[in-house]
Design a protein around this ligand. Structure first.
Ligand code: UTP
Length: 229
């Protein structure tokens, strides 16, 4: 299977603990050993938010804040490259074409963000589109897509399965409410929809869940996004 794995920065490196990065790299290595083609997009997480917060107070433009966020995603991507045993380019790819070429050489493609204006969720969806992946795994810090914010609403229920159109509607309504934190961004949802990609949104803090989702062993709890009928 050709798979794109999007690992949130808050999942991979919330505190820069080497064991956590090693655990995620080991799962990627196992997937490669099992014959899968794997591309990984790494996010910036809390470290990116801290830098962005400080720079915003210093008066940086939104564009420059995004550039700062992208720099942190690439730092996190370097951590993953350092821990991988599989063949991977030592420099994280800075654009999709480079990641695609890396995958074609038989390497694990690793990248962070690309350009201002979106997040690494969208980068992962676009990479999935460009390499025609069979699956995009969004390894986030939440266990899927919910009917409401589970931190604020006890009645919130996780969707086991959504069509891409349903995902777009849900994310659009989450992004409209102040202070909300959507599990994937709207552009990512729209890219999944237009290209008919299959995706899974899951809690990636335990990296074994990422492996289980790719191997489809039935144990994974999360939200599966399937192409519109
Ligand atoms: P993330 O993808 O980590 O955003 O990029 P996030 O929503 O904070 O994700 P989690 O919490 O890790 O899941 C961090 C920031 O970097 C900029 C944006 O400002 C984003 O908020 N960025 C990232 C871009 O501008 N372009 C990109 O391609 C990627």
């Amino acid at each position: 299977m050709r798979v794109v794995v999007s690992i949130g920065g808050s999942v991979l490196a919330p505190d820069l603990a080497p064991g956590r990065v090693r655990g995620h790299a080991a799962v990627i290595d196992e997937l490669v050993a099992a014959g899968h083609e794997v591309a990984v997009v790494v996010g910036g997480g809390g470290v990116a938010r801290d830098y962005i917060g400080t720079a915003r107070e210093l008066g940086a433009s939104e564009y420059d804040l995004d550039v700062l966020g992208i720099a942190v995603t690439r730092l996190n991507a370097r951590l993953l490259v350092a821990a991988l045993r599989s063949e991977a380019s030592p420099e994280p790819a800075v654009e999709h074409a480079e990641a695609r070429a890396s995958l074609r050489r038989g390497e694990v493609a690793v990248m962070g963000g690309t350009v201002p204006g979106h997040t690494t969720d969208a980068v992962a969806a676009l990479l999935g589109e460009s390499v025609e992946s069979d699956l995009v795994v969004f390894a986030t810090s939440v266990p899927g897509v919910f009917s409401a914010d589970p931190k604020r609403d006890d009645t919130a229920e996780r969707f086991d399965r959504l069509s891409a159109a349903e995902l777009v509607d849900i994310i659009a309504s989450i992004e409209l409410s102040a202070g909300s934190n959507a599990p994937v961004d709207l552009l990512a949802a729209k890219v999944l929809q237009r290209s008919g990609l299959r995706a899974i949104v899951l809690d990636g803090t335990d990296p074994e869940r990422i492996g289980a989702a790719v191997e489809d062993d039935g144990s994974v709890e999360g939200t599966e996004v399937v192409p519109d009928a």
